[in-house]
Design a protein around this ligand. Structure first.
Ligand SMILES: [Zn+2]
Ligand SMILES: [Zn+2]
Length: 422
């Protein structure tokens, strides 16, 4: 389900404080890698460098095919390597849409030629993302689809949603849902609340997300099928998810760094780089998202890396497209804004950026253990750096963090036994 170019397998020794939350490890160790495989782990002297299982991003837009001016598989996976990721999943809302084995097959070939880190591709739920006719999910799964999503668009029809759950289960893949009731989000530009009223922008209320979350959790419970909720933003959605999980539903969910760090107050800047779908919401929503990430009800951090051309994001706020980049800043942003102020323990963040998303999609969990292929990130938590456009490997500059100084630096990334960054 994951594809990349056949990189050389490296020999190296890395040393530091190993934090592997899934295995309960937190101690200073020396890790010896030969031909890409971890062959020895021994005690080492104390160190401030952190070694952790490399990150897995379950939600990336690589813009290929169709908008290679915004991102390619080569630049997107290079950005992933710089962000500490050893695997990413790409969404199918490209041009053409990844809704046939033919389109998927050409992406797999391209990934085998140019992907620096392993990438998986989700296939569309409906043909052309039009919400009318299901794709051939079994065929897409055979061709390597890692899951199914109409991301960018909701699945409007409840009946189609029900059949999608049935077919996804036959295909043995997860459905990942962009939850938005379009008759409620309308032409909303930002979260509907006091700030939108003050700024005079059309509002996109929380209930546009939570009503669809409620509908889909109910259908999934009725069908007895798991599902994955993309980029949750609203407190009400988190409450519905937690209740469904308590009742035994196998639902997983993700949250983005921007929804964990910012609120709709940020929109006062009128910077188009804080315009995203779903929109930044209120402080109570942010608090609920952080609490759910800590408790594990939300088990994945996802960047929702959405590159856009400069001229498109330089438009006035109301005309600019939704979406921001995030692969290269995900860990430092969350380390700076959640771990340093004491809102989230470091080991929880590391788990939700690696084992959590891998588990949700049934991908191999990166582990620091003898015999495992090395998938490791080396972090300098004392290092700080300024986010600058010219520092990005991504082809698009639309980061919400431009100019900000962040703590925590990715020093090296090892993916699939190859040093891909550092
Ligand atoms: Zn989406
Ligand atoms: Zn997305």
């Amino acid at each position: 389900m994951l594809f990349c170019k056949n990189g050389r397998k490296d020999d190296l020794v890395v040393e530091g404080r190993v934090i592997d939350p899934a295995q309960g490890i937190d101690e200073c160790l020396k890790v010896t890698i030969e031909a890409g495989t971890i062959v020895r782990i021994e005690p080492a002297g104390s160190s401030s460098t952190v070694l952790a299982p490399a990150f897995v991003d379950p939600h990336v837009h690589l813009r290929t095919p169709g908008r290679e001016d915004e991102e390619t598989i080569a630049t997107g996976t290079a950005a992933a390597a710089a962000g500490g990721f050893c695997a990413i999943l790409a969404m199918p809302n490209t041009d053409p849409v990844v809704d046939s084995a033919a389109v998927l097959g050409s992406l797999v070939e391209l990934a085998q030629q140019e992907a620096v880190v392993p990438v998986g591709f989700l296939g569309a739920i409906s043909k052309g993302l039009a919400g009318a006719e299901l794709t051939e999910m079994a065929e897409l799964a055979d061709a390597g689809a890692a899951g199914f999503s109409d991301d960018g668009m909701p699945v409007r029809s409840a009946g189609l949603m029900r059949r999608a759950l049935q077919y996804a289960s036959f295909a043995g893949r997860l459905l990942a849902l962009h939850e938005e009731e379009p008759s409620l989000s309308g032409d909303g530009q930002m979260h509907e609340g006091a700030v939108s009223a003050e700024l005079g922008f059309a509002g996109y209320p929380s209930v546009a997300e939570s009503t669809m979350v409620g509908r889909d959790l109910a259908i999934a419970a009725y069908e007895g099928q798991p599902l994955h909720l993309l980029h949750l933003s609203a407190r009400e959605s988190v409450e519905l998810l937690s209740r469904a999980q308590a009742e035994g539903l196998g639902a997983t969910a993700e949250v983005t760094p921007h929804h964990l760090v910012l609120t709709d107050e940020a929109v006062r800047s009128l910077d188009a780089n804080v315009k995203m779908n779903p929109p930044l919401r209120a402080e109570a929503d942010r608090g609920a998202l952080i609490a759910a990430l800590r408790s594990g009800n939300i088990s994945c951090v996802a960047s929702d890396h959405a590159p856009h051309a400069r001229h498109e994001k330089e438009a006035p706020f109301e005309e600019a497209p939704f979406g921001v980049t995030g692969l290269e800043t995900a860990f430092p942003a969350l380390y700076t804004h959640l771990v340093v102020p004491g809102l989230l323990p470091l080991e929880v963040l590391l788990e939700r950026m690696s084992a959590g998303p891998a588990r949700a999609y049934g991908l191999p969990e990166p582990r620091i253990e003898v015999g495992a292929l090395a998938n490791l990130v080396v972090l300098d938590l004392d290092g700080s750096w300024q986010v600058r456009e010219d520092g990005f490997r991504s082809r698009s500059p639309n980061s919400w963090l431009l100019g900000e100084t962040l703590h925590g630096r990715v020093v090296m990334t090892i993916a699939n036994g190859s040093v891909v960054y550092g």
